[in-house]
Write a protein that binds this ligand. Structure first.
Ligand SMILES: Nc1ncnc2c1ncn2[C@@H]1O[C@H](COP(=O)(O)OP(=O)(O)OP(=O)(O)O)[C@@H](O)[C@H]1O
Ligand SMILES: [Mg+2]
Length: 319
């Protein structure tokens, strides 16, 4: 990404419109493609004509990146992808290496199933060097969007210690965001670009993605709006993960279904549409004690699979 064109190089919109993009946090033209037309108008404040123009120009200026590729070129590009180990070798195995960069992995499960603990384990492993299964090539950071206000350094300490990570140094690298509403959640993702660039963010966690949406949008009458917002939030995260070669992890609650589907009485909230928007969907099921069954419900690239993990104070591990 050496010669990425910048916002300065745009020719088809006015200086004033360019400044709006920069003030919102954009620096490179390829970042425009994270935004939909509606987001450019509603969030960045562009005029509708400018939004249309700039979306076209962004495509033109970044054409090289979007061009059709041969299978070999595609293979080369795939090599840039990295795996982040999960803390459980069993889970790494069914994921064929761990969480994959440039994709969104969803962790769904009922209360106390270990979604948060699984995320916190990833914070620690991300800070390990690549040869130890992490993403830390130097000065990296992790963003945690904590909608449940559950993150504490105290809870992280045993997890860092397990991986021989200095907790004091590590906490400098974990950026915690606490959105209060679902709108703020989306806005914080959109405005995180300067942080991601400057602090080299390689892991972006949202725990949980559905909590605020379920509060802000009530009942059947607002279901459509809620779904739209949910998809927009995830798709935005996915585009950022793709552009910046990040691992994206989101957690999701489960909802009861009246009839058993696939032998399950509960399914991830947000319905099937969400299932098609995330790249890999994992379902964590409680078993007696600290043991959990993790199942790949759906993945755009992995075969189905299931395995057992254990929840401990120092993160997830094999039973
Ligand atoms: N502060 C904590 N320190 C250590 N263990 C905890 C802590 N909070 C919860 N646990 C335990 O870790 C296990 C997994 O909890 P976790 O918070 O990861 O579940 P969760 O799936 O995120 O639940 P929720 O849907 O309520 O957010 C639970 O058995 C719980 O008892
Ligand atoms: Mg939780």
């Amino acid at each position: 990404m050496s010669q990425r064109p910048t916002i300065r190089e745009l020719r088809k919109i006015s200086e004033r419109e360019k400044r709006k993009l920069e003030e919102f946090g954009l620096k490179y033209v390829d970042e425009i493609l994270i935004f939909t037309r509606a987001l450019l108008i509603d969030q960045v404040g562009l005029y509708p004509e400018s939004a249309d123009k700039v979306l076209n120009e962004a495509v033109e200026l970044t054409e090289e990146q979007g061009e059709a590729m041969t299978l070999r070129e595609l293979e080369e590009k795939e090599k840039e992808r990295k795996y982040l180990k999960t803390g459980s070798e069993n889970l790494d195995k069914i994921l064929q290496g761990g969480y994959l960069t440039r994709t969104v992995t969803e962790l769904a499960g009922e209360y106390g199933s270990g979604k948060t603990q699984t995320c916190y384990t990833a914070i620690a492993t991300a800070l390990l060097p690549p040869e130890e299964g992490g993403l830390n090539t130097g000065d990296i950071s992790v963003i945690l969007m904590d909608t449940e206000d559950s993150f504490t350094s105290k809870r992280m300490t045993p997890i860092f210690q397990r991986f021989d990570i200095n907790p004091e140094e590590a906490l400098e690298r974990v950026i915690v965001m606490r959105p209060r509403t679902s709108h703020e959640q989306l806005r914080k993702i959109l405005t995180s670009l300067p942080t991601i660039r400057e602090k080299n963010t390689r892991l972006f966690i949202i725990d949980s993605i559905t909590k605020l949406l379920r509060i802000d949008f009530e009942g059947r009458s607002e279901l459509y709006e809620r779904q739209r917002m949910l998809l927009q939030t995830i798709e935005t995260l996915r585009r950022i993960a793709k552009l910046y070669n990040m691992v994206a992890l989101i957690t999701n609650q489960v909802v009861a279904v009246p009839e058993e589907t696939f032998n399950r009485k509960q399914v991830p909230a947000g319905g099937n549409i969400l299932g098609h928007t995330v790249d890999t969907r994992l379902y964590i099921k409680r078993l007696p004690g600290d043991i959990r069954l993790v199942e790949i419900l759906d993945s755009s690239w992995l075969p189905p699979g299931k395995t057992k993990i254990k929840i401990t104070d120092s993160g997830i591990t094999d039973p």
